[in-house]
Design a protein around this ligand. Structure first.
Ligand code: AVJ
Length: 319
């Protein structure tokens, strides 16, 4: 399967270097969640989606099972572009509905991890022999303008991944996405919703420690790619809910004082005992907040769907 690759090694390397230098010299330290997703991290995330505590994937599937037909009918798309497609597990429901509606021609999954992208694209090409599957390896924050320009498009951004962007970056992202779309195109946006903080924290701090391993994976990635000497097991996994910002924060806490060297950057980094480094925010939304943000970016909400428990939201927006 031919993958259109906008992430050549030099580009990836340069953005990782820049992110690591910026994040690890900041106070407090941070690393962007994008770097969780190498092949091992994508596999760990896939295990997270099957944990009892991690409800978002199951809830979004429930919504798609019930409403994919409505989404397909309202969207009328011939091209489905999926940002952060991962294993494309949920996409099958959308593809079935769009295929049944008779409009669908092309599916373009977009992801940063080549292995995951290739596997998902091949699997879907086999399942839908009449569908043009055109995988694109790209960073959805940087390469929106390079996505397919033809046909009537539905851009799906599922799973709540938009919540990984802080509010200002969300605004930029939504405005840029809006500017690549034309009348008739739609956005299908998955968002986790505000709920009991205990359930939120449990979803990001599971009993089996899969999320902890996922969190520490970013250190393995930096070790491998930038010849660093982090001891991932010397960092404790932290998940907390920030009530003011209404987001989950994942952090890695140094369990003792440490000196780490990022050899490829010639960068020494010290951690104090107990020092915490932020590795992810995962924002939780309210329906009116979603409509507001979409509105400000020039979208209009066509439909809002939720599951029976009201845990997760799926919004279909037009221009
Ligand atoms: C894939 C970004 C939607 O924020 O819930 C899961 C990633 N992090 N557990 C999320 C994640 C920790 C996930 N997204």
């Amino acid at each position: 399967m031919a993958v259109t690759d906008h992430l050549d090694d030099a580009y990836l390397r340069q953005s990782l270097e820049q992110d690591v230098r910026t994040g690890l010299t900041a106070s407090p330290k941070w690393l962007p969640p994008k770097w969780f997703y190498d092949a091992a991290g994508s596999e760990l995330f896939s295990r997270i989606t099957r944990l009892v505590e991690y409800y978002p994937t199951r809830r979004e599937l429930e919504i798609l099972r019930r409403h994919a037909v409505d989404v397909a009918a309202a969207g009328g798309a011939d091209t489905l572009v999926e940002l952060g497609s991962g294993t494309s597990e949920k996409t099958v429901l959308l593809l079935d509905a769009l295929a049944a509606a008779g409009t669908l021609r092309t599916y373009t999954p977009v992801d940063v991890d080549a292995v995951t992208l290739e596997a998902a694209a091949t699997r879907l090409a086999v399942r839908y022999p009449d569908l043009g599957v055109r995988p694109v390896r790209a960073d959805f924050e940087r390469h929106l303008s390079l996505l397919p320009r033809t046909g009537r498009r539905m851009v799906a951004f599922l799973g709540g991944t938009i919540g990984n962007l802080p509010p200002a970056a969300r605004e930029v992202f939504l405005k840029e996405l809006r500017s690549t779309l034309r009348p008739g195109d739609t956005l299908l946006l998955g968002t986790d919703l505000v709920k009991d903080p205990r359930r939120l924290v449990a979803a990001y701090d599971d009993a089996q420690g899969v999320t902890a391993a996922f969190n520490r994976n970013v250190l393995h990635v930096v070790n491998r790619e930038l010849d660093a000497d982090f001891e991932p097991d010397a960092f404790a996994h932290v998940a907390l809910y920030d009530e003011d910002h209404e987001w989950i924060e994942m952090r890695l806490r140094a369990t003792r004082p440490m000196r780490v060297t990022i050899r490829a950057l010639g960068l020494p980094v010290s951690f104090e005992d107990g020092e915490e480094m932020r590795t992810e925010i995962s924002a939780k939304f309210r329906p009116e907040g979603i409509a507001d943000e979409l509105d400000r970016a020039g979208f209009t909400v066509l439909r809002f769907f939720t599951d029976t428990a009201g845990d997760f939201g799926l919004t279909l927006a037009g221009l």
